[in-house]
Ligand binder design. Structure first.
Ligand code: FES
Ligand SMILES: [Fe+2]
Length: 413
């Protein structure tokens, strides 16, 4: 089901006259605190930048408290194993790669990429081997990132994988971001989707009047379209280079489309009278700790090359500096939000913007319950390490959690 919603000024022709039924049919009741909702592990998540995972070397990655040992074999293929040796739980990321095998640093047990034990060097003849090795994760490498599937491996093949036609296209160049941000992943989605926070960036972007043109929502997505009208003020040089002014230096408004499509987020900037985006961003916010109060933000900023050869190369450091300044401001805000949640022990936000209420529902209804705090230290997931259990996922897929109640003015004009 897709619901088209008007902007706050009612400009969208596709606007619904009144609040439609909830995607899950829910109409009230106490909502679950979104900051206690875990991300659904049944998706592909980036856990490393490819160039950091060297051939014949390991890389210690993490997903929501689950430590994952990545390693790249001599062939160039990347493998992902539970980061605990089945013998005495020493991290396998401290081990040694031998061709396509990972050998634990302690007693030299060797593992194949599927997690099976290939050798216990000192095992006396006739002694029985442990029935299982360690859990392995499905891995895919794309867009300069290493993705793993932390959920039910049976679902990995059919799970949607990002499609980014601009990446690797000769018409675009990609800037990669990889940062830890100390907040629940939901704050990241809300930050980017709510363009009313441009005040925060006034020193970098100048004064901007974002105008919501309209938005659509469904069970798994929210997509908002904004018109960005420059309203004067000083702006970072990189902002002009990246935006619709492009390299021509004209002050045209931009139409920015931002979409949360669970669990990813995208942004497209299309100059008002252009067909192709001046730039687009793809982002994933991957929880690091079991309580999911920290996320690793991976971003791919794909920038269209201007007609003048070499111009983008010259502009690159300015664009990098500009995006770093904007990101630092956003990080300051979302980390402050998380600190407030930590201090208050609950979400005391008074959100008023309809599409943010909708994206909260999307994140809530597609997420999974977090383990209680006392369990959280264990990683909150069943481990197959040495216990002979099936290598199953940490949770039984998405659960339906009630959404938060809507204020009366939730209904659109
Ligand atoms: S702890 Fe890994 S081989 Fe002993
Ligand atoms: Fe921002």
């Amino acid at each position: 089901m897709t619901e088209a919603r008007p902007g706050v000024d009612g400009r969208s022709a596709a606007g619904a006259a009144s609040a439609p039924p909830r995607p899950d049919g829910h109409r009230g009741g106490a909502p679950a605190d979104l900051r206690r909702i875990g991300i659904d592990p049944d998706h592909w998540y980036p856990v490393a930048v490819s160039r950091k995972v060297h051939r014949q070397r390991t890389f210690a990655a993490v997903f929501a408290g689950e430590r994952i040992a990545l390693y790249r074999g001599r062939s160039g293929k990347v493998y992902a194993l539970e980061d605990r040796c089945a013998h005495r739980q020493v991290p396998l990321s401290m081990g040694v790669v031998e061709d396509e095998i990972l050998r634990c640093c302690y007693h030299a047990w060797a593992y194949r990429g599927n997690g099976r034990i290939s050798q216990i060097p000192y095992l006396p003849k006739g002694c029985e081997r442990p029935p299982r090795g360690v859990r392995s994760y499905p891995v895919r490498e794309a867009f300069g990132l290493v993705f793993v599937f932390p959920g039910d491996p049976e679902k990995a093949e059919s799970a949607p994988f990002p499609v980014l036609p601009e990446f690797g296209s000769p018409t675009h160049r990609t800037m990669t971001f990889s940062r830890t941000v100390k907040c629940h992943y939901s704050f990241m989605h809300e930050n980017l989707l709510d363009m009313n926070h441009q005040f925060l960036h006034r020193g970098v972007l100048g004064r901007i009047k974002p105008e919501l043109l309209g938005y659509e929502t469904g069970p798994r997505f929210v997509e908002a379209r904004y018109l960005f009208v420059p309203a004067g003020g000083r702006k970072d040089r990189g902002a002009g280079l990246l935006s619709a002014e492009g390299f021509g230096g004209k002050d045209r408004p931009d139409v920015i489309t931002i979409r949360t499509e669970y669990p990813y987020q995208t942004l497209h900037d299309v100059p008002e009278d252009a067909e192709l985006p001046a730039f687009s961003l793809w982002a994933a916010y991957v929880p690091e700790d079991a309580e999911q109060r920290t996320n690793h933000a991976y971003g791919l900023l794909m920038i269209a090359k201007p007609p003048v050869p070499g111009a983008l190369h010259v502009a690159w450091p300015f664009i990098r500096r500009f995006t770093e300044r904007v990101f630092a401001q956003d990080r300051m805000a979302v980390e402050a939000e998380q600190r407030a949640w930590d201090e208050q022990g609950a979400d005391r936000n008074h959100e008023v913007f309809p599409l943010i209420l909708d994206v909260r529902d999307v994140l809530r209804s597609n997420g999974v319950p977090l383990p209680a705090p006392q369990e959280a230290g264990s990683g909150g997931v069943p481990s197959v390490n040495g216990h002979g259990a099936a290598a199953d996922g940490p949770a039984d897929g998405a659960v339906q959690v009630p959404p938060e109640p809507r204020p009366a003015d939730r209904r659109q004009p």
